[in-house]
Design a protein around this ligand. Structure first.
Ligand SMILES: Nc1ncnc2c1ncn2[C@@H]1O[C@H](COP(=O)(O)OP(=O)(O)O)[C@@H](O)[C@H]1O
Ligand SMILES: [Mg+2]
Length: 251
């Protein structure tokens, strides 16, 4: 269903005391496209993800997912409807194996403990964990403790934890932050591959990666959408060049 908005962000504001972290964000995310959100540190990108996923209530505005209003719905309900995200801060359980991490994440999709469904839930979680190990190329590492993984493989596992809830839309917050070139390449290739079967919105600092991987780019600055368009359109946008590209604050 390419071309349909899977996510509609309609005038979202978020104030922290006197600070307007989001000052009225309007953006649609279309299904079938890999969308990137770029913008300088403090632009409000992570806050926008926090509002979309129900972690933070917005001060104003609505969010619709698959045509339904999800504003102010609880995190677990939004997750159950098929919206998943990774965090900018890593969240794997270091003391567990790769498969155990994925299994727990798959179980969590089912929410509250249901004694009579326990066995079938557990079986489903096993299958999801095994499939994800395979898909992410983590099969050989399935029984390794997460603590022993390389940085790149941890990033893949993070993505796996979000995928374990079997989402329709996946939000990735700076998934390649802090990686070297080889790990970046591995992770970006996997994200591109995943985008064939699932809708993805990625917040990314590395502008070359963004131009390379995305179909659609949303540029944020000072809590608002400054521009949006294809990579070619964004490259040639004068406002974007002034506000962002000319002033590369690559941290
Ligand atoms: N929980 C919070 N409490 C207060 N201020 C916050 C909070 N979260 C984010 N901010 C502020 O909101 C602004 C946007 O932050 P953020 O969304 O993290 O930006 P980005 O992800 O684009 O770097 C920043 O000025 C940040 O300090
Ligand atoms: Mg951020």
């Amino acid at each position: 269903m390419s071309g349909q908005p899977i996510l509609e962000i309609d005038g979202i504001e978020k104030h922290f005391g006197g600070l307007a972290a989001l000052g009225g964000v309007y953006a649609n995310v279309e299904s079938g496209k890999l969308t990137a959100i770029i913008g300088p540190n403090g632009a409000g990108k992570t806050t926008l993800f926090n509002v979309i996923t129900g972690l933070l209530p917005p001060s104003a505005g609505r969010v619709r997912f698959l045509g339904e209003d999800i504003t102010d719905r609880p995190v677990h309900e939004i997750s159950r409807r098929g919206l998943a995200r990774t965090l900018q801060i890593k969240s794997v359980f270091n003391g567990m194996t790769v498969r155990e991490n994925l299994w727990i994440a798959a179980q969590s999709r089912d929410g509250v403990f249901k004694p009579f469904q326990r066995a079938s839930q557990s079986k489903r979680a096993n299958r999801v964990a095994d499939d994800l190990c395979e898909e992410l190329g983590l099969g050989p590492l399935a029984d390794q403790q997460a603590a022993n993984l390389s940085y790149g493989d941890i990033a893949l596992l993070e993505i796996g934890l979000a995928l374990a809830t079997e989402p329709k839309l996946l939000l990735l917050d700076e998934p390649i932050c802090g990686m070297g070139p080889a790990e970046t390449e591995q992770t970006v290739a996997k994200i591109r591959e995943l985008s064939q079967r699932i809708d993805i919105v990625i917040i990314e600092h590395d502008i070359e990666v963004v131009f390379d991987v995305s179909d659609e780019i949303i540029v944020m600055n000072l809590g608002k959408v400054l521009a949006r368009g294809t990579p070619d359109e964004i490259k040639s946008d004068a406002d974007v060049r002034t506000a962002y590209l000319g002033d590369d604050d690559d941290a």
